[in-house]
Design a protein around this ligand. Structure first.
Ligand SMILES: [Zn+2]
Length: 267
């Protein structure tokens, strides 16, 4: 039962405690060991996204596991989007993408179990994007900052195209700006993990509405952010990003069918 003090700290709701389990100590299943060996081999062989993996027969021989364990191991990686499996003749497993959206999806499983709310997600999203913007502006090479931000410096010029774009295209364009900022962070751990909050918001909230309603606001914010990053102003980039994400958050708060005090769902 929650006390009054608890409810002031975090919303009172049914949740499973955040704590230490035996996850790091338990013995791996054969399928998990096989999946780890396969990942190691993908990296060692230099395979890239879309490259085919060996046939099932070849992998059965290589890893010395049962067909059931092989398929379970492949399934573990498929769920994460790290491989995809084409069905039918000429099909087979291929290398997938390292997509922060999939990391975000896995995270929502934990958020749901822990009782984390959309309000907490939005708060974390502001934190994450501000950190990425500040790091991008502090990238030591101005040429790299300019090359990355160039497509976004004249976002007004794209307005006609954006007017024509569907919701999915618009969301993709918006995500690509934030992914480009993340790519300037010079830290792959931060690039991956700090993008997950925005990806979850996009997946859970943004696609249910039409963010094009605030396209002018977004275009102006992106242009100012791109200029601050090219100019190397970390503090300004952080401030502008905070305003930008809070503007979008406020829009979603007003419009969304999702209640901010609802628990994030794994989806
Ligand atoms: Zn944006």
């Amino acid at each position: 039962m929650s006390t009054r003090r608890d409810s002031a700290e975090t919303p009172a709701m049914s949740r499973v405690a955040i704590g230490r389990g035996d996850g790091l100590m338990r013995v791996l299943k054969t399928s998990e060991s096989m999946a780890r060996d396969l990942v190691r081999d993908i990296i060692a062989s230099g395979r890239q996204s879309g490259d085919a993996l060996p046939s099932e027969a070849a992998m059965l021989a290589e890893y010395g596991v049962s067909r059931e364990s092989l398929r379970e191991g492949l399934r573990l990686l498929e769920v994460q989007g790290l491989i995809s499996i084409r069905r039918g003749p000429g099909g087979g497993p291929v290398v997938g993408m390292v997509d922060p959206a999939n990391l975000g999806r896995t995270a929502t499983l934990y958020y749901q179990m822990a009782g984390a709310t959309y309000e907490e997600l939005f708060e974390a999203w502001v934190f994450a994007e501000c950190e990425l913007a500040a790091r991008a502006a502090r990238h030591p090479l101005r040429d790299a900052r300019l090359a990355a931000m160039a497509p976004f410096l004249d976002s007004d010029d794209c307005a006609d195209d954006e007017q024509q774009a569907g919701v999915e295209d618009f969301v993709a364009q918006h995500s690509s700006f934030h992914a480009t900022i993340a790519s300037l962070a010079r830290n792959r751990v931060l690039e991956l993990t700090l993008q997950t909050m925005g990806q979850v918001v996009t997946h859970h909230v943004a696609v249910n509405e039409d963010p094009r309603v605030i396209r002018d606001l977004i275009a102006t914010s992106h242009r100012r952010l791109a200029k601050a990053i090219v100019a190397g102003h970390g503090t300004l980039a952080r401030t502008l990003m905070q305003q930008h994400i809070e503007d979008i958050s406020n829009y979603h708060r007003d419009q969304s069918s999702v209640q901010m005090d609802e628990v994030i769902e794994w989806q």
